[in-house]
Design a protein around this ligand. Structure first.
Ligand code: FAD
Length: 515
């Protein structure tokens, strides 16, 4: 077996990788993390995707152990504001669609249109988010347990093979606090930390990494090197020369400006979701954490300038932004052709990044380290393992890219060049035909991860319904069927949502008690 794994980079990806490898492989593998004191981490990346629950659970961490230390909050979905027109909003929740007579409620909704807001007729979470409720009762029970038997797997430690399930919520957390928490976790479990700069990556005659040269700690050798150096891709792209495949032709947002805004939660409340508010050249994220809000404008530099973007963000935040320092970030959008080359695996931004619209950066890290454990090499370096890993990683990123492109293509908003161009820009292979097909038959089979359930058909449906730019119609068969059961189900969703809002505590109250 391989004995020595060297992780370069101490951002979210470096410490998530180290923690997961220690938890999965234990004492049999030595993990060393080399992180620079001089080079900053990216400083953003605070909203997650619901499968992240499996990560914490796998590390054996209960929510009350890590959430207060990372100022974490719950995220029941994403609230999209102004993507159709000013003043309009809808939620894309982590909640599967109910099915009546073999048809998802979305078909029935198009036929019956029981209310103004499809998301309130179809999902419980919209009302819970609007009312700023916690997904858990004060005794810790999950709200979903009221409806689905055995729905709280939170209490059981999952195994690798069980990780293909979604969960009704994800988390939002302070990225720097999480990296610090995972540093402590990893070191307590035997990982070694070296604070130094890697100044050279030395290759052997086969072109494999033989060792790293550091400024103060001499040479560091290893069997497997994990490149977590962020957008610079120091090992994979720079030293090994693996090309980067840009997604810029289909996803033009290439820049961001971010602020960290202190918030008085008792006065403002604490909404359990991330908000994505459409702007003239992109969108602004709002991520409510315990005690502060993370916010930033993701924009396309072809359509606005950094100064204008910062001004827009400061206006959006209001007086609270006055004295805050802005973090300007240039984003590398796309993926490395292969994330695993020879004895180097890139995880995190060095592997690839789509823009943060559906909070998938940390999901990609989790997916990568889980896949790495599943495909972990031995001394024979079986190339089949490497190829299978590369295919899983590429598939996940390409799939998310397609889903994100759909957001811009399907948004009804078309009031300036940025939003109009999104309707005519090239789309990834096959997406145009699929959109045409969805106009006749709503998506039912979509799932972008063969190894992992990610954005499934309910996500595609929530976005198509919410964005409103693509005409949709119900299956003709519904007009031949008994629709009273569907009408009853819409009423049930609303009744259950009302009852939950009445009984669940506010998110602020629940999290304040946890501290
Ligand atoms: P970085 O944070 O850049 O860390 C790189 C590390 O490498 C640092 O520790 C640095 O010191 C070290 N390093 C670099 N060079 C050397 C060297 N020579 N020697 C030693 N060490 C070195 N993801 C989400 O899931 N949700 C979000 O809401 C989200 N929002 C985002 C918003 C924006 C604008 C951007 C750009 C990204 C966002 N992401 C999001 C992605 C998320 O931020 C990243 O996936 C995550 O932070 C991981 O980054 P990283 O660890 O790969 O890189």
């Amino acid at each position: 077996m391989l004995k020595n794994v060297v992780v370069v980079g101490g951002g979210t990806s470096g410490w998530m990788s180290a923690a997961y490898l220690r938890a999965a492989l234990g004492e049999s593998v030595n993990v060393t993390v080399v992180e620079s004191k001089r080079i900053q981490t990216i400083g953003v990346g605070e909203a997650t995707f619901s499968t992240v629950r499996h990560f914490f659970e796998y590390l054996g961490l209960a929510e009350d152990e890590w959430m207060p230390e990372c100022n974490a909050t719950y995220k029941l979905g994403i609230r999209f504001e102004n993507w159709r027109h000013q003043g309009h909003y809808f939620y894309h929740p982590f909640e599967r669609l109910r099915v009546v007579d073999g048809f998802p409620l979305t078909d029935w909704w198009l036929q019956q249109r029981p209310g103004e807001r499809f998301d309130q007729d179809l999902f419980l979470m919209s009302a819970i988010c609007d009312a700023e409720r916690s997904p858990r009762y004060l005794d810790g029970t999950l709200f979903e347990q009221d409806f689905v038997e055995g729905a709280d797997p939170m209490r059981e430690r999952s195994t690798l093979s069980e990780q293909n399930t979604q969960f009704p919520y994800a988390y939002q957390f302070d990225a720097a606090l999480l990296a610090g928490f995972l540093t402590k976790y990893s070191i307590e479990r035997g990982a070694r930390r070296i604070e130094d700069d890697v100044v050279q990556v030395a290759l052997d005659e086969r072109g494999w990494i033989s060792h790293l040269v550091t400024r103060e700690h001499g040479d560091i050798s290893g069997d497997l090197f994990i490149d977590c150096t962020g957008f610079r891709g120091l090992l994979l792209n720079q030293a090994l020369g693996e090309p980067f495949l840009s997604y810029q032709d289909t996803l033009p947002n290439d820049s961001a400006v971010a602020l960290r805004v202190p918030v008085d939660m008792e006065r403002r409340g604490l909404r359990p979701c991330t908000t994505a508010t459409a702007q003239d050249a992109g969108w602004i994220w709002t991520i409510p954490l315990f005690g502060r809000t993370g916010t930033g404008y993701v924009y396309a530099s072809d359509y606005t300038t950094p100064e204008e973007a910062e001004r827009t963000l400061r206006d959006f935040v209001g007086p609270d932004a006055a004295d805050l320092e802005a973090n300007h970030i240039r984003m590398r959008i796309g993926r490395s052709r292969n994330s695993w080359v020879n004895n180097c695996v890139a995880v995190g931004l060095s592997s690839g990044f789509v823009e943060p619209l559906e909070s998938t950066g940390i999901f990609f890290i989790q997916h990568a380290v889980e896949q790495l454990v599943k495909h972990f090499p031995d001394a024979t370096w079986d190339t089949g393992l490497r190829d299978a890993y590369n295919s899983a990683v590429a598939h996940a990123m390409d799939g998310v890219r397609e889903f994100l492109v759909l957001h811009y293509k399907a948004a009804a908003r078309a009031d300036n060049a940025y939003w109009r161009d999104a309707k005519t820009r090239a789309v990834p292979d096959g997406l145009a035909e699929r959109i045409e097909r969805w106009k006749s038959k709503l998506p039912t089979e979509e799932t972008i991860y063969p190894h992992y359930h990610g954005f499934e058909s309910y996500s595609y449906l929530a976005m198509l319904f919410g964005l409103g730019g693509i005409p949709l119609k119900p299956a003709p068969a519904l007009s031949l069927m008994n629709d009273s059961r569907a009408a009853k189900e819409f009423q049930t969703v609303r009744d259950q949502a009302r009852e939950l809002v009445r009984r669940l505590p506010s998110q602020y109250e629940y999290l304040a008690r946890m501290r």
